[in-house]
Design a protein around this ligand. Sequence first.
Ligand code: ZN
Length: 499
Amino acid sequence: MREAMKKLISLDRERGVITHIAALLGWDQETYMPESGIDERAEQLAIVENLAHEKAVNPGIGELLNRLEGEKDLSGQEKAYLRVSRREYDKETKLPAGLVSEMARQTSLSQAAWVQARKNNDFKRFAPHLATMIRLNLEKASALNPGAPPYDVLLDLYEIGSTERSIADVFAVMKRDLVEILGAIRSRPQSDDSFLRRRVSPAAQARMSQYFMGALGFDKHRGRLDTAAHPFTTTLGRDDIRITTRYIEDYFPSSVFSTIHEAGHALYEMGLEVGPDYSGTRLADAASMAVHESQSRMWENIIGRSLPFWGAHYGHIVPMAEGALEGVALEDFYKGVNRVEASLIRTEADEVSYGLHVIARFELESALIKGDLAVEDLPGAWNDTMHQTLGVEVPDDRRGCLQDIHWSMGSFGYFPSYALGNLYAAQFWTAMKAQIPSLERSIAAGDCSPALDWLREKVHREAAALLPSELVLKATGSSLDPSHFTGYLRKKYSAIYGF
Ligand code: ZN
């Protein structure tokens, strides 16, 4: 390997090490830190994150990139690495320092205002901050790519290579199908799922979580499970991936599916193997947020809420559930954990209505960024959209446009990743099933390894070398097509609800 490439990799690794130190501080803050540690912890994190930023914008990286990009006979992996490094370096260096510090300052004010506004159901209190976050995002977009439509630039930060047009085309098909499936479900009676609210102790739920981590193939030598108020996954090193869950005593499925979801993220992180030369570099990162989400949704929903999966594991879970599932048939349990009901809150939504929550946010935030929707008109527009797509009446802004933290943090263009994750997952699943005819029989026999092996080979090992669109094409043989997702939903839910 060329000296210049080795030098670039070592600068990149230093940055990576510091981001892992920041992740450790963040993980500790959410899991074990006593409350009184928060002020000092914020200071520690600010210093470490600043250090990581300094490492990332080192002009030496720019010089090495300029030199290496002109070289001939680069290997495929070298080219991919330079492409990823260039993209991230430009992203970090193109923003003026004044804008970065202004964003940091305004974001903490805006988040604090959002917390208060949500608590008191007072949109007016948050509105000026939202307007500021929109203005700063427009400045950010213009600094990053002055010629392009601002919302496209913002989307590209989360889902590389996507545009408003490309996402709108996919979402249009998805919306039409989801509305139709939801309508069909609504015309059918709901079955009783009250047994899911019987008490199960946190200790018993913890044992279930450990059981499912094992069933999925989570390597407990390279990761661990702890509890946090909001479940998350974080990477502290190549061989140290932490997941968290939470135990709700009168609704144990929450911890079961949170653990499976986060374990799905962790399995992806554990599988980002790009060989020793590039380990610890930006090439060993995920392809995108949506691809990351496709991995968690694959395990949580497509596999983890399927009948074959529960056929294998239900008999092990019943004795762990402290009597809560006594006399509950597998079939009823399966229907219970797949109940579909249009509701107000995105994070509590089922597989079918979830996409509609995301599409509503996509439509609203693109209108906000383009100036087609004024900030003060957001609550009304939100309520209209929810009525039209989900058929629900929003009683207050707390359960309406104030429910999510994202816009208060200045994250515009983030939401579509959640829905794209479902679409990628379903398309991977279709390809996986076609290539492994015995897949569902293995899952029904309690063996998830064929699914994990397929994901390792087709998705995880590609790491950040491909754009999400290239990854989907290479792994499945076709471009992103939402009909895999809606076809999967239609088949599953027509069987459950009988339509
Ligand atoms: Zn997730």
